[in-house]
Structure formats: structure tokens, C-alpha cells
Design a protein around this ligand. Sequence first.
Ligand code: URP
Ligand code: ZN
Ligand code: ZN
Length: 456
Amino acid sequence: MDLLIKNGTVVTAKESFVADVAVDAGKIVAIGKDLPMEANQVVDATGKLVLPGALDVHTHLAMPFGGTVSADSYLSGTRAAACGGVTTVFDYPVQHKGETILGLVNSKKAILEKEACVDYAFHCCITDLNEGTILEEMEKAVEEGITSFKCFLVYKKENMMVDDGTLARLLLRAKELGAMINVHAENPDLIDLNIEKFLAEGKTSAWYHYLSRPEFVEAEADKRAVHWATHLDAPIYLVHMADKEGLEACIDAKKAGHEVYVETCPQYLEFTCDVYKREDGRNFVCSPPMKGQESQDALWEALKAGFIDTIATDHCPFQSFEKDWGKDNFTKIPNGCAGIENMYPYMLDAANAGKISFERVVELCSTNPARIFGCTEKGSLAIGKDADIVIYDKDKDFTIHVENMHSDYDHTIWEGKQLHGYPVQTYLRGNLVYDNGEFVGEVGAGKYVKRVRKAN
Ligand code: URP
Ligand code: ZN
Ligand code: ZN
């Protein structure tokens, strides 16, 4: 036996119990009380929680965006992931006119093979159907394990938006292939109208980023996406849900039996639009923006009631000097914030404070993302699964500072956030990759996760 984690409290999406976990050749081979086994490495987890590694199914690493490239490379982003208990990351490469899905994804894979510190998968953003050839190619992409594709209903000027006809074609094709469409929902025309007005009035601070994309601007597109998906009877996954009205439309569709999945992010659970009034408000600029208290309350309520399916980060940090480009004009601020290392600790802190259960955190951050996106070897502490394991100390206090993170960015929206409880170790397929504040893994050890399609 390679590894025996003894006497910890094993947490699954359904229950928690004291047990030993035995690992051999990267897999969990036994779970039980007082396992009578010898191992090369024995870890005493008495008093600690033993959790499955998280999957962050929404990241933008080394992404060309906003006139620059997001600040975390595949190396630094996946290193930070390991240190935050995330053992699988999903990246979102963006296909542009003339590009193929597999040409793009394979070019990213070639970098990750050398740089990945945790396992990785891809959703592919589609921005142009290339006269229909993309619809053809989707079949091959699904066979290669890319079983979800993203549509931006926004970023029109950036040439990333798809129109409703393209969205409908993609929804139908994905359904036919047992794949799924993920959607970033905001209405670009309303945003542009608002931006034009605010700039003409000299209203240029980060607060106007929020006011140009308020609740109803996201809600219109959420509802439109859900409308198309439900009427075409196709599954849909709404990324980074941030507003109450859109969320309610998703909940109604779920209650009516439609396959609608909802993701939200820690930043929407922690911050409201008030952050944009701060002197450093531009650092919080992301799309969709943080919304009002009513939306935040609705997100927490839905999360507790089981209507939110996943938590992911939308990790897309930029350096301070890049955020400063928009000091006098909010439209020049690159959109995106950091979070990859903070998601699991933040959600676990919420459980430690009694806001939700530890089982629910495991469900939201690990079991559901693995199930929804076809990572059959991931997402649970169970015999036969990959030994992606986090050991969590409920009593360890931790304050987030940019200096104790493992990314390449120079500031974080999470600066000063105090957490009660923190991961002390992360194992990737049985190998220790994070140990008490230090990344101890191997660069390039992360493997591609070939996902399986949904049963139709
Ligand atoms: O502001 C954000 N979210 N930046 C990353 C790209 C996206 O929209 O997800
Ligand atoms: Zn987005
Ligand atoms: Zn995103």
C-alpha cells in the first residue's frame, strides 16, 4: 500500500464518519475503521476532516482578454489550485473565427502537459461556427472528452458573443451528442446603452461598471438562455449566476423538470456591489458584477435549498497596473478576479461557521461538478476513485494575504479575509502536492481528464 490516512473524519456528499483511507497506485482501495494494512506512508488524521479534492470547473488561465493576458499561467494557476485543495481545474479556451476546437484545445494541452500541477479538463468557448464545421467537429471533440461548450451572450465588441440562432444550434447539437452548453448570460445591448450614457455624463468610476450591468441586465439573458434550452429540451449550465431574478427563472425551470444547472462563485456570496464604491473598486471589476444584498441573500438561500449545483471561481486575475488602466474609465478595466486558491477554504469556512454542512460543501465543490461534467474518477472518497484528497484542520486560523497565496498576481480581492479552518494537505492521485503552506508537488504531474458524455 502506498498511503494510509488514519482515523480522520471522512466527508462525502451524503455523510461523515471516522475511518481510514487506503491508497495504492493513485486510487482509493479501501475505506474502513482500523484497516489492518501496512503502507509506505501513514498519515495520522485524528481530529481532521478528510475530503475529496475540489474541482474548479470555471477558470481562465493565461487567457488573452481585456487587452492583456490573465495573470496566472497554467503553471501558477494550477499550483495555486493545489494549495487551495483543488485537484482538477477546467479551463475555458476561446475559439475564434477560423479556429477548430481540437486545434485550440490541443495547443493548450501541450502547455499543460508540461506545466499542470493538478489534473485538468477543458470546456471550449465557441464564438463562431465556421460555416457549420464546428457543429461537425463537436462530435470528435466529445469523443476526445470535451463534453461541454460555452456560449457568451455578451462581449459583442470583443467578437466573443454568439447570437440566439447560434446558441440554439449549439444547444441542439450538444443535446444530440450527449454534451452540454454553458452560458455566460448578460445583455450586451443594454450594457452598451448604459456605458454610452455614463461616459457622456463623465461617470467613469468602477461603480458605473456595476450600474451599466445591473441585475435586470443579467436576468434578461439568464431568462432568454433558459427559455431556449427548455423549449428545445436541451440541457444548459448557467455559469457565474449572480442575480436573483435570473436565479428564480432557473429554479422555476428546475422545478418543472428541465435539466438546468446553476453555478455561482464565492465572490458573489461574499461581496455586494458596494465594493465598487471603494477606492480600490476597480480590482473587483468582473462580469457579471457583484450585485445587491437581495441577490446575495437569494444565492445563499438557493444554495442551502439545493437549487445551486456547483461552486466555481471564474478565476481570471489581472495585475494592479492592468486594473489601473481603468482608473479614469471603468470600461478599460480588464474584467476578472482571483479565486482558485480561495474557493474550497471559503466554502469550508462557511460550513465551519454552521452556515451550511460540510457534506453540502463537498457536494457543491466536488461531487456535483464531477457528476455534471462526466469526471467519473473524481469527486468523491470512494473505492476505485482517484485518490484526490484534502486534509482539513477545522481549528486552523488563516488570513488571506497576497503573500501567502501561490499565484502570480500582485493583489487579491480576498486580501484580509479571515478563515476559521484551513486545508493542511492536498494529495493528487495519492501524491502530496500541498503541505502546510507550501506547494510540494511536481510541475507537469497533472493529467488530462477525459470526460464521458451524458447518457441521452
Ligand atoms: O470578468 C470575468 N468574468 N472575466 C472572465 C471571463 C468571463 O466572462 O467569464
Ligand atoms: Zn463569464
Ligand atoms: Zn468565466
